[in-house]
Design a protein around this ligand. Structure first.
Ligand SMILES: Nc1ncnc2c1ncn2[C@@H]1O[C@H](COP(=O)(O)OP(=O)(O)OP(=O)(O)O)[C@@H](O)[C@H]1O
Ligand SMILES: [Mg+2]
Length: 484
């Protein structure tokens, strides 16, 4: 704890160096850039790069605004003033923030730079974010309208709001500053990033997913992608935002409660995980659920949930735990349902076998552009196992395991929609057959650039409708557009 906090306060710098820096900075009224090892893509990356706060600046970022200057000076003085030893014993981040806030306010009282009340408040926030948060991107992180935060470099930051990417003015001072924030994020979740392992995929405590990749793999400097997890997109909310109709939701919720096996299929960022999470809310609280993910994003509401997460290999290339091993292990945990965040490889076979052998009601997602494509992808994944299963047997396994494929897409206008809900029926000849039950039919683009279209039923009633009835669920006649 003590070291971690100390490093956090100091922005992960070496403490002795920092003390030195603090003296340097406070000795002069206007802080001079302190010569400190810079982050150079080819030189000893993380270890030498002190907090971006203090590291020497590169030629392209020589201009500091007066407020930037002040922030820098305040941060430096803060490290000198704060009783780090005492703060180390404080476990509650809010208390740490409160103490920092107080110290900052005090420091600012003695500053000559005239600041308005609002600027003062803003500065306090910025220093607090710098010391215990994510620096310049912390406000974005706290903004619930921001879905994704994409940092392409210190000065090139985008956010996604309401499905649209937009560039924001926020910036990091330089590569080293960005790197120090990346380092803070990943070290908080017990991972590390440096030249020898220059990429990390992890999840934050709030369920957001973060990916960081740094030089030498990222050629032009560190890149950070934070993908917010569909906060607040409850099933009802998905209907409100037009992702599907109330009828489609009624049907899907019945499928979950009647223990049908569901695969959500879609492209990158199309809303698969969000929908899976929403659907999971219909699982009765009496069931024992095991979730298996690469980076735990799902946030199940039930009390009886066991969450498993795969593990990447360590620096020596050892200790990896794959999805497949976890699926196998999950089966020994007496689960009622298994939720696999996304099937990508050999685990598909184990998942299908589980679905076929008493773990009905399992849910997963797969990366594919159509329902048909999803089935082909599953076949390919089964081939990854190396088990020589005849094609026919493989397809039968798929057809009997999966009941429903829900296809989601991110459309040109940024909206995410359930494009179709199909029932998986039988194997006919060379392929697994599907029957579409609901679909979104596109009708062009409006003058405002919105995708126009309507949700339609196909008039087909799923063959498995009896299973829904047997589960004690009554669907309204005409739900599928069938004649009543
Ligand atoms: N119906 C929706 N309306 C608006 N935003 C949505 C909707 N569904 C998902 N999102 C947002 O889209 C982003 C991507 O969602 P999600 O992570 O569920 O997609 P995914 O398909 O699982 O992505 P990946 O391919 O990375 O696994 C998130 O920011 C989420 O909040
Ligand atoms: Mg996902």
């Amino acid at each position: 704890m003590s070291n971690i906090l100390r490093q956090r306060i100091a922005g992960r710098a070496h403490i002795p160096d920092l003390r030195q820096v603090v003296v340097d900075v406070t000795d002069t009224d206007v802080p001079e850039p302190v010569t400190h090892p810079v982050y150079e893509p080819t030189a000893g990356a993380m270890t030498d790069s002190a907090s971006g706060m203090f590291s020497a600046r590169r030629a392209d970022d020589d201009t500091l605004t007066p407020v930037e200057e002040l922030k820098r000076a305040v941060h430096a003085k803060l490290i000198e003033r704060l009783d780090l030893e005492a703060l180390e014993r404080v476990k509650d981040e809010r208390q740490i923030a409160a103490q920092i806030r107080k110290a900052v306010a005090e420091l600012l009282r003695n500053e000559r730079t005239p600041l308005s009340q609002a600027e003062r408040e803003g500065l306090v926030d910025q220093v607090v974010y710098e010391v215990i948060g994510l620096g310049p991107i912390e406000p974005l992180f706290r903004d619930s309208t921001v879905a994704d935060i994409l940092v392409n470099g210190p000065r090139d930051i985008y956010v996604e709001r309401a499905g649209k990417l937009q560039r924001v003015m926020t910036s990091f001072r330089n590569d080293a500053h960005l790197l120090s924030v990346i380092d803070r994020i990943v070290s908080r979740v017990g991972r590390r990033i440096d030249e020898s392992s220059p990429m990390v995929d992890a999840r934050l405590p709030d369920g957001s997913r973060v990916n960081a990749i740094i030089p030498p793999l990222a050629i032009d400097g560190p890149i950070l992608s934070i993908r917010r997890f569909g906060s607040g997109l409850t099933p009802q909310r998905l209907v409100e935002v037009g992702a599907m109709t109330e009828d489609m939701l009624t049907f899907l919720s019945a499928c979950v409660r009647a223990r049908l096996n569901i695969v959500v299929s879609g492209g990158t960022g199309s809303g698969k995980t969000t929908l899976l999470n929403a659907l999971s809310s219909f699982i009765p609280g009496t069931e024992r659920i095991v979730t298996i993910e690469d980076a735990a994003e799902l946030r199940l509401q039930q009390a009886h949930v066991l969450r498993l997460e795969t593990r990447p290999p360590n620096a020596e290339g050892r200790g990896e735990v794959t999805m497949r091993e976890l699926v196998k292990n999950a089966l020994r945990m007496r689960p009622d349902r298994i939720l696999v965040g996304e099937v990508r490889g050999a685990e598909a076979l184990d998942m299908l076998q589980a679905m076929n052998t008493g773990h009905e009601g399992s849910l997963t997602t797969v990366h594919a552009n159509t329902a048909r494509d999803a089935l082909t992808r599953l076949e390919t994944m089964i081939l990854f196992t190396g088990i020589d299963l005849p094609d026919r047997a493989m397809r039968e396994q798929i057809a009997s395991a999966i009941d429903i494929i829900v296809q989601v897409s991110r459309l040109a206008d940024g909206t995410r929609r359930v494009m179709s809900i199909s029932e998986v029926t039988t194997v006919d000849g060379d392929s697994v057959q599907t029957r579409e039950l609901f679909r979104f039919s596109r009708q062009g683009i409006t003058a405002e650039g919105q995708v126009a279209g309507v949700f339609e039923t196909t008039g087909k009633v799923p063959f498995f409708v009896d299973r829904i009835t047997v589960a004690g669920i009554t669907l309204r006649p005409g739900l599928f557009g069938e004649p009543t």
